[in-house]
Design a binder for this molecule. Structure first.
Ligand code: ZN
Length: 302
């Protein structure tokens, strides 16, 4: 059995997997963020003890919400953690059980890549949520990069003289294609707000209006998908992946989003990269848990 554990700011998800890859059982515990998250590690240990026969455990994979260097969680603002070495901690608690640690977006990318009927060799995962995140998979491995920044697709520079991003730079993809970016663009362009949108402007409302043919919303989404398609084109000529996979809350717009994106991508794609499919994520909030499992299984079986 393998454990995939996704540590989030509100809940911690556990998935117990058979070596065949079948999910045997899954459960969650609340994340206790008191005192800089100092109880989290012991809570996880106790929950493993309650739910798993330790002698059957071949490995534990973690997904953590922050930059990871090797097995060190450098900083996880949502947990209150700084420099927590999960591998060292858990290999001390369970001496014969190998441990891997991945950044949660990277783990989600690996989970999505490995969970298709034919697992992708290479894939680029883009999450459009409150921010824009992602992960790059090459040869079924996460591209972490020399500084742990591989796959930070949200900070592709896509707008000249753009607004300031959370990262401190300007014009990043995150300022356009995140849920907050979409609302910001709509608000900027909205000269005469109607009651319909004024008080309830969310990315979902804008997409719903666009689906109904509202000219204003169509225009906003048209701009967002233009920018996103160009970003994917730039990635395509570097990675040439088997597929792009789009996840996160904004991807709930479904094929309305991916069809538009694919049509625009195809128009600007270089050579055979226009054959790259743009798909929707299939694992939802479980992607990180699946990826954590695949990461440790790969390490153990390598
Ligand atoms: Zn940025």
């Amino acid at each position: 059995m393998y454990l995939g554990i996704d540590i989030g700011g509100t809940t911690i998800k556990f998935g117990l997997f058979k070596s065949s890859g079948a999910l045997d059982k899954t459960w969650t515990i609340d994340t206790n963020r008191e005192f800089d998250g100092m109880f989290i590690v012991n809570d996880i240990e106790a929950s493993i003890g309650d739910n798993v026969a330790i002698h059957t455990l071949k490995g534990i994979g973690f997904a953590a919400p922050g930059p990871v260097d090797g097995s060190l969680v450098i900083e996880a603002v949502n947990l209150g953690w700084q420099n927590v070495d999960l591998k060292a901690i858990f290999e001390q608690k369970f001496p014969d059980v190998p441990v891997t640690v991945e950044n949660d977006a990277n783990a989600a990318a690996l989970g999505e890549a490995m969970s298709r009927p034919d697992a992708y060799q290479s894939m680029v995962f883009v999450t459009l949520g409150t921010g824009v995140g992602g992960g790059v998979i090459i040869d079924q491995k996460i591209v972490e990069g020399a500084h742990g920044v591989g796959g930070e697709i949200g900070h592709l520079q896509v707008v000249e003289h753009g607004v300031t991003c959370n990262c401190g730079q300007t014009g990043c993809l995150e300022t356009v294609a995140s849920a907050t970016g979409i609302v910001r663009i709509a608000q900027e362009r909205f000269k005469t707000p109607t009651a319909l949108i004024k008080d309830t402007m969310t990315a979902k409302v804008i997409f719903d209006l666009a689906k109904d043919g509202d000219a204003f919303a169509v225009d906003v989404i048209d701009y967002v998908t233009d920018v996103l398609a160009k970003a994917l084109q730039n990635i395509a000529v570097i990675i040439d992946p088997d597929a792009f996979v789009i996840g996160g809350g904004v991807a709930k717009a479904g094929s309305f989003l991916t069809d538009q994106l694919k049509a625009k991508f195809d128009k600007i794609a270089f050579s055979n990269t226009r054959n790259i499919p743009i798909e929707l994520a299939i694992l939802g909030n479980n992607a990180g848990m699946y990826g954590a499992y695949h990461s440790v299984k790969k390490e153990v079986e390598a």
